[in-house]
Write a protein of this length. Structure first.
Length: 182
């Protein structure tokens, strides 16, 4: 069972983000993480039961950072166009500045160990934006929210590869959502 957060656990997680940026999820071995953290291998197993548990913890931390940024940006705005636009912008901006975006947006979707986590995180964002889409008139707001998340993630990846915002993709994404539902 994993232990509560403490300096050693946090150092291992921070090192994991560095390794994920350099080597992706496939290169995220226990040996690479402990070497990057400057810690003994036994320290890893003191905090995490195995590599899978560690990668799940990294994935959760990455998405918690995104959620904090989004929730801070939308604040107490009521559901609707403004909140949706602000939330998407906050998500995309956070992806640009958050380490591990490639590993946790692209690679995590093909890692069998993370499928449950990816689905859980997607569902939490579906729940967050569905009221905005319903306010815009979408009758199946949850389905449109699911597709919106996929479009936003793809935009985030395009921006990551460009190392800059893509105003064209951001504008297209919000324009698609704001069209009168048919």
């Amino acid at each position: 069972m994993a232990r509560p957060a403490e300096p050693g656990r946090n150092a291992l997680l921070e090192a994991g983000f560095d390794v994920a940026v350099r080597a992706g999820l496939r290169g995220l071995s226990v040996n690479a993480v402990v070497a990057a953290a400057g810690m003994a291998k036994g320290s890893f197993y003191h905090h995490f039961p195995d590599r899978r548990g560690y990668i799940v913890a990294l994935h959760r931390r990455y998405h918690e950072e995104l959620a904090v940024a989004i929730l801070a940006a939308i604040g107490d705005r009521p559901p609707g166009r403004d909140r949706l636009r602000v939330g998407i912008t906050a998500y995309l901006d956070a992806c640009l500045r958050t380490r591990g975006t490639k590993a946790f947006l692209a690679q995590a979707r093909t890692d069998a160990d993370l499928l449950d986590e990816v689905n859980a995180r997607s569902l939490s964002f579906v729940t967050l934006i569905a009221p905005d889409l319903a306010e815009l008139g979408w009758t199946d707001a949850a389905a449109v929210a699911h597709l919106t998340i996929a479009m936003a993630a793809d935009t985030a990846l395009a921006e990551m590869y460009a190392a800059a915002p893509r105003p064209d993709l951001r504008a297209a994404l919000t324009a698609l959502l704001e069209r009168t539902p048919g």
